[in-house]
Design a protein around this ligand. Structure first.
Ligand SMILES: *Cc1c(COP(=O)(O)O)cnc(C)c1O
Length: 430
């Protein structure tokens, strides 16, 4: 699609990043199943390697199918560039990599996907990085946690598993004042429900595995750059602002301006870490993204119906869905995600751990899987699965205690989902 008028979201989710294939006219983005690309001549090859000309060299770095998806996600998020990766977890490392050095830390919300809590509390220590976990509802605590070694603030827009909403405007005011970037994981909200860059986010990361692909077929991730952060404003980000020895002394911020982070992500991140998305995965995600807004509207509509029914059921102690008027996060919906609070929430079942396990085993439409954002309705008992590696205190802080199950509401008939929950709750609490 050429730069034209400002198109609406529904038009962009179908067209952004894609154009009829220049070689064949193919209307759908072809799967460019190739490792390498023939250089026109030696000068062309040298220009590509020097980043003087943009083009394709080798599919660890760039691939036309993946490039179409990168451009589409970046456009939907309102960013200047995107880098797709092999998974959501890869995207998180790719987002931090240009910012971090041994001894540096990040400030992370306590309410994150369980795998992210483990990645940040354990695995990144091996790089010499660390994370300080803070309750992001407590703005003073976020401010107080930032020190001279802090290089990023990290949270989820709509937090997995509880569907809690983060006040991104308040958090970005704090990170801006400290001169550090805010990274927002927008997996659970998607750019249809929330556009973190409009609330001050510097970088947006996605697990494209979830709603963006939408049908549970492939894993993938993406880092989108707002292009708004001045990496050279202070000396905190030398890999972007100073001569980078891993790219023969290139100064990314000076050379690429607002695209510095994106070029760094490809030329150094993908080149040296190799967390590349393959063109097949990009194809499935491009297919999925075409219907994102239609699916999200139905996910939200169904989640409201199911959460309302559950809230009024005596076998359920509480429901965390921010779309309910009873939720303390309900007032943030209009500000952060005006089209709805998503399709993800937790419920506390009377009878605790044993009832949760029985509920999961008794459902017929809901699938018991470690995934979310599928067209199908899904359920998981977080404490025994996704949040299993966490301590009891971490589980409670993340909203994933032993008496809680997480629901990812699909796009089926809401009445069927409610009937399924009704019969399973009867067995679980008998
Ligand atoms: C699933 C998920 C991730 C990790 O993504 P993968 O594609 O599984 O690596 C990160 N953040 C959130 C919010 C998720 O739901």
């Amino acid at each position: 699609m050429t730069d034209g008028p400002t198109y609406g979201f529904d038009t962009l989710q179908v067209h952004a990043g894609a154009r009829p294939d220049p070689a064949t006219g193919a209307r759908q983005v072809p799967i460019y199943q190739t490792t390498a690309y023939v250089f026109r001549d030696a000068d062309h090859a040298a220009a590509l390697f020097n980043l003087q000309e943009v083009g394709y060299i080798y599919s660890r770095l760039t691939n036309p199918t993946v490039a179409a998806l990168q451009e589409r996600i970046a456009t939907l998020e309102g960013g200047v560039g995107g880098v797709c990766c092999s998974s959501g977890h890869a995207a998180q490392i790719m987002a931090l990599f240009p910012l971090m050095e041994p001894g540096r830390n990040i400030i992370a919300s306590t309410r994150l996907y369980g795998g992210t809590i483990t990645q940040f509390s354990q695995t990144i220590k091996r790089f010499g990085w660390s994370a300080k976990f803070v309750d992001f509802d407590d703005l003073d605590a976020v401010k107080a946690a930032i020190d001279d070694d802090t290089r990023a603030v990290f949270c989820e827009a709509i937090a997995n598993p509880g569907g809690h909403i983060t006040d991104l405007d308040a958090i970005s005011a704090i990170s801006d004042a400290a001169g550090i970037p805010l990274i927002v994981d927008n997996t659970s909200a998607t750019p249809y429900l929330c556009r973190p860059i409009e609330h001050g986010a510097t970088l947006v990361v996605h697990s494209t595995t979830k709603y963006l692909t939408g049908n549970g077929t492939v894993t993938g991730g993406c880092v989108v750059d707002s292009g708004k952060f001045d990496w050279a404003a202070n000396d905190k980000f030398p890999s972007l602002s100073q001569p980078e020895p891993a790219y023969h002394g290139m100064k990314f911020a000076e050379t690429f301006g607002p695209l510095a982070f994106t070029f760094h992500g490809i030329a150094i991140g993908l080149r040296d870490l190799g967390m590349t998305m393959n063109p097949q995965a990009a194809h499935y995600t491009l297919m999925g993204i075409e219907t994102l807004s239609l699916r999200m509207d139905r996910h939200v509509e169904n989640a409201v119906k199911v959460a309302t029914w559950l809230e009024n059921d005596p076998r359920v102690d509480y429901v965390t869905y921010a779309g309910l008027a009873s939720s303390p996060y309900n007032k943030l919906v209009a500000k952060i995600c005006p089209k709805g609070a998503g399709g993800l929430f937790t419920i506390a079942v009377k009878g605790g751990y044993d009832s949760c396990v029985k509920l999961v085993d008794s459902l017929e439409i809901f699938s018991h899987v470690a995934n979310l954002g599928d067209t199908r309705s899904l359920i998981i008992h977080s404490a025994s699965t996704t949040h299993r590696q966490l301590t009891a205190a971490q589980q409670e802080a993340a909203g994933a205690g032993p008496g809680i199950v997480r629901l990812s509401i699909g796009i089926e008939d809401a009445d069927d989902l409610i009937a399924d929950l009704d019969q399973a709750l009867a067995k679980a609490t008998a």
